[in-house]
Design a protein around this ligand. Structure first.
Ligand code: F3S
Length: 425
């Protein structure tokens, strides 16, 4: 790789051992990717440790928590002191909510290691927003900004809806970018790699957030890690539409970006979305294909529901407000649990507006910082889950061996109240 002066200084250890080890890692990473150079970043979202499910079982094998984190993230065992970041960096979701962890059936050792993690994050200047949707609460990149983000739904969101540039990074690479401010110049950082590959003529009216989840799911199924281009959508997507489409595509395939002709910023025209090239394939997304995706996500058949999860990706303020309106004055069934996930920073608004009170009065629980898929936690006896997230519905059966229903938010709230699933396509 062609290295600049500051990159050579980091490699030579002139900025400390941790930065040196991080730069060594980045050079190896760049070489494997055939990148010729690095690009600077001032915006990293990652996690230092806490999403590793077995972390609490490792702790006594290391002399300190910091030592464990350096082993995990910088691929070395000689970094004992991790310096403060001077690159703007944010902590993504954690493995539990420190306020409601007992209701999440999380063991105490995980809660304790979470406290150590938060303490180290603070000392490292890693901003504890603790959400998979940083763009909702304090980290909203601009068009063309080079970012290093790790969470797949957020990656798809900022590439698609904003035109910021990031690949889907791992924990190690994002940690090394936090210390160096560098990432290999490859993948979606390069303008030519951002053009679409699969052309999809959309014949089904895409309107609700549920529809966008199905559309994104379809995109991931057909395009894998390539970029789908959706053409023919009339209704203007909201932020939540992009949020759910990106999350779904990143779970059924490896979607890191999609184009929505006439709507997303790098697809003002079809020609712009394709970069003037012919698409590798053409497909039609009609009612039958939407229904096929819906059926793939609806693996449950019993008609009964015992766990409802809302907030994947973490709910926006608009979604929280909608859910609170739906639950106002209602009681959920004694046979179900309803967990609603938001970024912690929105709890303040929720409390002020009385949404928290409404949700708790219904018997539901408002949670932050994590989710069932990430925290590997759900009500122990729950066998059938309902959710308005295609992503969560995709992962739940695999993670928990539970069957899932996927539908609109209203259908999920209805199921929480009755204990029965009555959603339809
Ligand atoms: Fe976020 Fe968990 Fe979904 S991390 S995107 S709520 S799977």
């Amino acid at each position: 790789m062609k290295l600049k002066k500051d990159e050579i200084e980091m490699l030579e250890g002139k900025r400390g051992l941790a930065v040196q080890r991080a730069m060594e890692f980045m050079v190896k990473y760049g070489e494997v990717l055939n990148a010729e150079e690095f690009v600077d970043t001032q915006n990293v979202c990652g996690t230092i440790s806490n999403t590793t499910p077995f972390l609490d079982t490792l702790l006594d094998k290391f002399e300190s928590f910091e030592h464990l984190v350096s082993e995990l993230n910088y691929n070395c065992s000689d970094v004992k002191d991790i310096p403060r970041m001077n690159i703007f960096s944010c902590q993504l979701e954690h493995g539990l909510d420190p306020d409601t962890w007992e209701k999440q059936y999380v063991r105490k050792s995980k809660f304790e290691i979470n406290a150590k993690d938060e303490d180290l994050s603070r000392r490292m200047n890693l901003n504890l927003i603790c959400t998979c949707s940083p763009y909702l609460v304090g980290n909203l990149p601009v068009f063309g900004e080079h970012c290093v983000w790790m969470e797949s739904s957020a990656v798809a969101y900022i590439n698609t809806a904003i035109g910021a540039r990031t690949n889907c990074e791992g924990r190690e690479s994002s940690n090394c970018s936090m210390l160096t401010g560098k990432t290999p110049y490859w993948g979606l950082h390069v303008p030519e790699n951002r053009y679409g590959h699969y052309y999809v003529e959309v014949q089904y009216p895409i309107e609700s957030v549920r529809d966008w989840g199905l559309l994104g799911y379809y995109g991931g199924l057909i395009a894998g890690e390539k970029i789908p281009v959706f053409d023919g959508i009339k209704a203007k997507p909201t932020m939540e539409c992009y949020k759910h489409a990106g999350a779904a595509g990143a779970s059924s395939g490896g979607t890191e970006m999609m184009h929505v002709v006439g709507h997303s910023p790098e697809a003002r025209t079809l020609e712009e979305a394709l970069g003037g090239r012919k698409p590798a394939e053409k497909r039609v997304l009609d009612r039958a294909e939407m229904k096929r995706c819906y059926d793939l996500l609806n693996t449950a058949t019993s008609g009964n529901v015992d766990f409802i999860m809302l907030g994947c990706p973490h709910y926006s303020l608009r979604q929280l407000w909608e859910a609170a309106l739906m639950l106002d004055g209602k009681k959920i069934s004694p046979n179900v649990e309803l967990w609603i996930f938001i970024p912690r920073a929105l709890r303040e608004v929720s409390d002020r507006m009385g949404y928290t009170e409404i949700i708790e009065a219904s018997g539901a629980v408002l949670m932050a910082d994590t989710c069932p898929a990430l925290g590997r936690t759900k009500p122990p006896e729950a066998k059938t889950i309902a959710t308005d997230s295609a992503k969560q519905s995709h992962y739940m059966p695999g993670i928990f061996g539970a069957a899932a229903y996927f539908g609109t938010t209203q259908e999920c709230v209805n199921a929480a109240i009755s204990g029965k699933w009555e959603g339809t396509f």
